[in-house]
Each structure stands twice: as C-alpha cells, then as structure tokens.
Design a protein around this ligand. Structure first.
Ligand SMILES: [Zn+2]
Length: 93
C-alpha cells in the first residue's frame, strides 16, 4: 500500500458506519467478521472506540495530509503513523 492509499484507507474507516456480520459464514456473535463496507476487522473497531466528533476531526486532518501527499509525493510521517494505527497495522508509539 502506498502512503496515499494508507491515508485514504484510514479516512474510509473513520467515516464508515461499521457493519460487522454476526452470522455464519462471515462471522458469529462472539467473533463478528470484517466490516461489510470498509473491511475493518472487529478487533480494530472495538479498540478504536472513538467519539463521532473526534472521528470527523481526525478524518479531516488525514484528508489534508492525503492531499499534501499527492501534491508533494512525500507523506507527513506523523499523519502516516496515525493512519497506520487506525488501519490496525501498527501500535501507537
Ligand atoms: Zn466499516
């Protein structure tokens, strides 16, 4: 995934009204499957637990970081770190 794609993926997750399947074969009540809209895993959704206003603010910040990434070709490494945490690819350092 390119930096721009990582940022875009985090923005999709922040704006998504997650819907996790609780019926086989996609998932079960105790282990729901990935979000039907954006593919986020249940483990990531439950650990985010962010309020709506915070999610919206963060999505705006990452949107401007994604714009700069496309203009300049280099991603802001702090924004990229945040995107990776949201994508469930890294722990927050
Ligand atoms: Zn989702």
């Amino acid at each position: 995934m390119s930096p721009a794609e990582e940022l875009a993926s985090a923005i999709r997750q922040l704006r998504c009204e997650h819907s996790h399947p609780c019926q086989p074969p996609e998932g079960s009540l105790f282990a729901p499957g990935d979000c039907e809209h954006c593919g986020t895993s249940w483990a990531v959704t439950t650990t985010q637990g962010m309020s709506e206003p915070l999610r919206a603010q963060l999505a705006e910040l990452l949107k401007s970081a994604a714009w700069w990434t496309q203009q300049r070709g280099g991603a802001d490494r702090y924004a990229l770190n945040v995107a990776r945490v949201i994508n469930g690819k890294a722990a927050f350092r």
